[in-house]
Write a protein that binds this ligand. Structure first.
Ligand code: ZN
Length: 234
């Protein structure tokens, strides 16, 4: 419940600072992918309050706040080769929410203060305001959105299970991350995504191994809406 509350407050702040894309073609495309993924039992949608919005930012990134609000940069949509790659990033972000990586980081860094804070009556400014007093804020370097390599692998593996469940090929998630990594190398500049999601290495291989452990699907991966070309144009 506290994750969800913190996420709501943080999302309101993000929406003040970033431009939310209202174009219905783009917004409904991302929301549609997100909802499909959130319907997987692994996403625990009865516990978390998912939302899937698009922000007008050219950099290649996406991020989830604790409790479920998720934001996709337009630059990420432009960089993806197919819908499965975008679904892959969203499944990875959903996994950070379910595994509570962001709040776990914040709790570890503030072991003494946070239980006292949460135990007391919430003062003015809500949870986000109280966390700000501990030096925990939003933004690229926020503890809430910066993960370890171990957390990255965990998010890839849970993401794999979610994608497989709803009918997106999980390999596209790993391929996209490897493609971004390769392009970052060429440009000598790491994509913004890796600043908060450090590459744990061997992603395609780990995803392939995980797929072998999952129940076989009765049909092909068929969740693709077929809308990506139009959405990219928009
Ligand atoms: Zn990650």
């Amino acid at each position: 419940e506290q994750d969800v509350q913190l996420g709501k407050e943080s999302a309101a702040e993000v929406e003040k600072q970033m431009q939310i894309v209202k174009n219905s073609q783009i917004a409904s495309f991302i929301d549609g992918i997100g909802r499909k993924l959130a319907a997987a039992p692994e996403a625990e949608a009865q516990t978390y309050a998912y939302s899937f919005k698009v922000v007008n930012e050219k950099s290649i990134n996406a991020f989830a706040l604790p409790g479920g609000p998720t934001f996709t940069h337009t630059g990420l949509i432009a960089a993806a080769d197919n819908e499965g790659q975008i679904a892959g990033v969203l499944a990875h972000e959903i996994s950070h929410v379910v595994l509570r990586h962001g709040t776990s980081n914040v709790s570890k860094a503030n072991l003494l203060q946070i239980p006292a804070m949460l135990g007391g009556a919430l003062g003015g400014g809500g949870m986000l305001g109280q966390l700000a007093q501990l030096g925990v804020g939003l933004g690229a370097n926020s503890l809430m959105m910066r993960f370890s390599r171990g957390a990255e692998t965990d998010a890839d593996l849970l993401g794999t299970r979610i994608l497989h469940r709803v009918g997106y090929n999980p390999i596209e998630m790993a391929r996209f991350f490897e493609k971004l990594e390769a392009e970052s190398g060429k440009q000598g500049k790491l994509s913004e995504f890796f600043a908060s999601h450090p590459n744990p290495g061997n992603r395609v291989k780990k995803v392939q191994t995980e797929i072998l452990l999952l129940p076989k699907r009765s049909g092909a991966y068929d969740a693709d809406s077929g809308r990506i070309a139009q959405v990219k144009q928009a």
